[in-house]
Design a protein around this ligand. Sequence first.
Ligand code: NAP
Ligand code: 3JN
Length: 348
Amino acid sequence: MSREPTVAVVGATGAVGREMLKILHAREFPAVRVLAFASARSAGCKIPFGDEMLTVEELKEDVFEGIDIAIFSAGGSTSLKFSPHAANAGCVVVDNSSAWRMDDRCPLVVPEVNPEHLEKHQGIIANPNCSTIQMVVVLKPIHDAVRIRRIVVSTYQAVSGTGQKGIEELERQVRDLFNGREPENKVYPFRIAFNILPHIDVFLENDYTKEEMKMVNETVKIFDDPSVKVTATCARVPVFYGHSESVNVQTEKKMTPKEARILLSRSLGVVVYDNPRNNMYPLPGMHAGEDSAFVGRIREDESIENGLNMWIVADNVRKGAALNAVQIAEELLTRDLVRVPDKTVFIQ
Ligand code: NAP
Ligand code: 3JN
């Protein structure tokens, strides 16, 4: 587009929305104006955007006129209700929820992995789940080189994945335990402080959780390759920021750990941090606040042919959500795709 866009952040008062505003400012996103929207509860509140304070406006169906890009992070039901109105007003939506991820009309994009999928967007673009994003950034170069047949992943996810309320629950429970009080479980079904819960999002018919099936289905869509088989176990751990993942892959052709380190050290968005003899491996407590996916503990799976094990860590609120969404908006600008080709696709 020939002029700088007007950008809206929807869900601007939330954990992800606030991070989006920080990232838009820090990366000097070329916006002529940035607007903040949330629910009626927050209308009139002020939130920081660089040195400015933005006044939060109530999200309504008719607010999108004149807005070029809306980055949504306000949950699935809000997105299902409001994104079609945005697209119908000619505003391109980048949505952080799961609402549109598996919809064939919506590209599901990680800019380092499949930016070309943006070319066919019809007004709504989906940002993958945080656990999927950090895994595919690391695995796509391996898939391109030696074809991944199967992925077995176990996650260790921070409480910030549950938003502000998850962060507050862990803080409160730790304080209560140290003060001899019985902690209350308001957000998770069991105590999260000094515990691990193998349960993220709701359980489905097949006894997997929805979070686990998001990882399975989103990975196949992003790789555009149904031959890749994925199985996942997702757990919540008492960490504030940074998701960790133990990932095992079986590939068609062999790749040694040394070859994987060389390949990944040249890959976009990936930092290889792998020197176990000197206690160098990625840690959520070390890499929170950073933009890359960090990979270490790369080693051969000696129990199978052509197997690799690795440990991947990334800041779930940044690369897992806010940063990836802002990078999608940047890529839309670079590719001159800030336009809605058919405004009636989502509203008939
Ligand atoms: P959060 O801290 O609870 O914030 C929720 C935000 O949504 C708030 O700004 C809230 O506004 C707003 N909101 C809620 N209902 C709304 C409505 N009816 N109209 C307008 N705004 C509304 O949650 P979060 O951690 O930031 O996450 C927000 C969403 O982002 C999640 O629900 C999820 O869909 C997505 N997310 C995605 C990933 C990922 O893996 N990519 C990771 C985390 C989150 P008020 O302050 O006014 O209530
Ligand atoms: O729990 C995590 O670590 C990530 C959570 C993501 C999330 C939280 C609430 C709703 C999502 C998501 O992005 O998949 C959703 C959603 O389904 O939109």
